[in-house]
Design a binder for this molecule. Structure first.
Ligand SMILES: NC(=O)c1ccc[n+]([C@@H]2O[C@H](COP(=O)([O-])OP(=O)(O)OC[C@H]3O[C@@H](n4cnc5c(N)ncnc54)[C@H](O)[C@@H]3O)[C@@H](O)[C@H]2O)c1
Length: 375
């Protein structure tokens, strides 16, 4: 199937969507006339995605490849510094172009490096994971983690273009496909009750069995991208509307960061967001009138499709502390994006600590659920 579309934007970043957008990369790069091109990869995208990209894209024949480590632990200031030094050693200048070929870690880190190098060089995102394609590559948020705090240092710095090619997902391990699905579910819950019902009819395992190049995935990814883009165009700097995208991320980011402090149960981004959405849905029931039947449907679907890793009582203070460090805190109170029903978000809802604790207890009570046997 050949699908192609350009999702028009009113900001500076055109988003190209489809499996055959290589000629558009050539055209764009030709018009930009960069002095040199650097492709940032991680070991997996070097092996699985880079050969195809180079083969199909004439303008990248002489590009230099720079590599960073794989996974969340690579999103550090130390790694950014290493990459800056590599750029200096290779003679990169303000007309150099950076191409981020990878998942959300590569685009967050690569965008950060591009934003900082000589006060900013151009970069293009070619996302290769589902989190990257449905979410991370869009919207110009770049960041690295600092200490244990996610995305603590970063810039709003838009890509020159984003090229989303679902064909790259063919080599993505299933657990990472599942992780990306969480961001798509988030979008459905905050923006589109019909999409949520459609997802609800398909257990996670069934969704993951659909070929990544099928119309089904194309529609899911394109719909999610269009929604995020619409939000970003209206509120690039997250002053108001963009906060809607934080549904599930307040608790999610804290659990993701905490899982890196206590190795053993490392949570992928989407797995943590799924846990966060269960907590946010509980709070939505408590504070925003989400019907108990809706809460039930959300928690059952997510608990069957994603791992439920209980937060030990002894860990709760540290997790709360991480939440307070996150940007969703206002005057000492945590602010949540909640839903009154699927497709109806509410932003800036203050929640007291005891309510958040209740939500975490609710999440904990789901452990020992059916994941992954009966998804
Ligand atoms: N900037 C934003 O707006 C935004 C939004 C959402 C998430 N994020 C960030 O994104 C990160 C998570 O992204 P992620 O889940 O893509 O992580 P990731 O970049 O670590 O990719 C996940 C894994 O998949 C591998 N991989 C990627 N593409 C592949 C392919 N085509 N074939 C085989 N392996 C492949 C990677 O090497 C890695 O092991 C988090 O740091 C999160 O904070 C940022």
């Amino acid at each position: 199937m050949k699908l192609f579309s350009r999702i028009t934007t009113t900001d500076r970043t055109p988003i190209f969507f489809g499996n055959d957008t290589f000629s558009s990369i050539d055209r764009l790069v030709y018009n930009m006339r960069p002095s040199d091109i650097f492709i940032l990869v991680d070991p997996n995208t070097r092996e699985h995605c880079l050969p195809h990209l180079i083969e199909k894209t004439r303008c990248l024949e002489n590009a230099r490849v720079i590599e960073t480590g794989e996974g969340e632990s690579s999103k550090t200031l130390a790694n950014a510094e290493k990459l800056w030094n590599e750029l200096i050693a290779s003679g990169a200048n303000r007309s150099s172009l950076m191409i981020n070929l990878g998942g959300g870690v590569v685009s967050d880190l690569g965008g950060f490096v591009a934003a900082g190098y000589q006060r900013g060089i151009s970069y293009i995102n070619i996302p290769t994971s589902l989190v990257g394609q449905a979410d991370a590559s869009i919207g110009g948020k770049t960041a690295v983690n600092l200490g244990n705090i996610k995305n603590q240092v970063g810039f709003f710095y838009p890509a020159r273009a984003v090229f989303i090619m679902p064909l790259f997902l063919k080599t993505l391990p299933e657990k990472h496909l599942r992780s990306g699905l969480a961001e798509i579910i988030k979008t459905a819950l905050i923006s589109d009750a019909n999409l949520w019902r459609k997802i609800l009819r398909n257990p996670v395992r069934r969704l993951l069995q659909k070929p990544v190049e099928s119309r089904f995935w194309f529609d899911l990814i394109a719909g999610t991208v269009k929604y995020k883009n619409k939000v970003v165009v209206q509120d690039y700097r997250e002053c108001k509307l963009r906060k809607v995208l934080n549904f599930g991320h307040t608790v999610g980011h804290a659990l993701e960061a905490f899982s890196h402090i206590r190795p053993g149960n490392l949570l992928l981004h989407g797995e943590a967001v799924a846990a966060g959405m269960i907590c946010a849905s509980y709070l939505s029931h408590l504070k925003a009138g989400l019907a108990v039947e809706e809460l039930d449907a959300i928690k059952t679907y997510l608990a069957k499709g994603f791992p439920v890793i209980p937060v030990e009582i002894s860990s709760i203070p540290a997790v709360m502390q991480l939440m307070m460090h996150d940007k969703k805190e206002h005057k000492g109170e945590l602010q949540f994006t909640l839903i009154s029903k699927p497709g109806h978000p509410l932003m800036n809802v203050s929640c007291e600590n005891r309510e958040i604790l209740e939500a975490i207890e609710f999440y904990n009570s789901l452990s020992g659920n059916n994941y992954p046997a009966n998804q």
